[in-house]
Write a protein that binds this ligand. Structure first.
Ligand SMILES: [Zn+2]
Ligand SMILES: [Zn+2]
Length: 257
């Protein structure tokens, strides 16, 4: 079995200190590929450096909506420069987070649109972070029409109705361990309707360990196996059939081997 963790923050505290151990445990659990996702310029730089150490590890570069206030023209130029590295396979995470509003909504929208422009120009897929801002996120994505190479909503937290809209646009949906939580009935309803050629898996580690490991404070890629098992069961599928399909989807989306 080969799984790809399509959204991790391996450069974050709690993971980076033991990265060799994290990678070894991940491989042992069948999670043999990783995307480590940048959230600000420092993390983007660290993510790229880390991918140089490991085969099958790739990076996404972007400015998280929390940090939208720091996005300047210079930031955008540097983001573009980062993408010249062959291990950079996506732009993100970017999007809108109106739950925390750590950056002003106008700044978030501006930074999001600017990063989509870069993704379109460079023909790279985009990783979307969307929290309590579904309509606004779709409105901005809609402006780009068919111009984006690929769009994935990571850690999807919307309703089944919203998921249908996302799928109608041709976009992808990625699930974290949240789908295994007792109170995540909404997300389970979403998972049931997302076809395997649009579905990806992620940890979003170090956050959100899946059940039955939810008590493990620092999530890591190895634990994604629990999410995979849970979703295979939910979809009434053989685990290997499920993971083969989802891994093929992830590889095609990010164009990785
Ligand atoms: Zn996110
Ligand atoms: Zn993230």
């Amino acid at each position: 079995m080969e799984l790809i963790d399509t959204h991790s923050h391996l450069t974050f505290d709690g993971l980076i200190q033991d990265i060799d151990g994290v990678v070894a445990r991940s491989k042992a659990a069948g999670v043999t590929g990783w995307l480590t996702v940048g959230t600000d310029m420092q993390e983007n730089q660290k993510a790229i450096e880390l991918t140089e150490k490991y085969e099958n590890m790739y990076a996404a570069v972007g400015m998280h909506p929390h940090d939208a206030k720091d996005v300047t023209d210079d930031t955008l130029t540097r983001l573009k420069e980062f993408t010249r590295n062959e291990k950079v396979v996506a732009i993100g995470e970017t999007g809108l987070d109106f739950h925390y509003n750590f950056s002003k909504q106008t700044d978030q929208k501006r930074a999001f649109a600017a990063q989509l422009t870069i993704a379109k120009e460079l023909n790279l897929p985009v990783i979307i972070h969307c929290r309590e801002a579904f309509d606004e996120t779709m409105e901005i994505l809609d402006r780009f029409g068919q111009g984006l190479k690929g769009v994935v909503f990571h850690c999807f937290s919307g309703s089944a109705e919203q998921a249908k809209i996302v799928l109608d646009y041709g976009f992808y949906i990625s699930f974290t361990g949240v789908v295994t939580f007792k109170n995540s009935e909404f997300t389970r309803q979403v998972a049931k309707i997302v076809p395997l050629n649009r579905l990806m898996l992620e940890t979003d580690c170090p956050y959100m360990s899946p059940e039955p490991m939810r008590k493990q404070k620092i999530n890591e890629p190895a634990l994604m196996l629990h999410t995979a098992k849970y979703l295979a069961e939910l979809k009434d599928m053989d685990l290997t059939d499920f993971t083969n399909a989802v891994t093929a989807t992830s590889r095609a989306f990010f164009q990785i081997s």
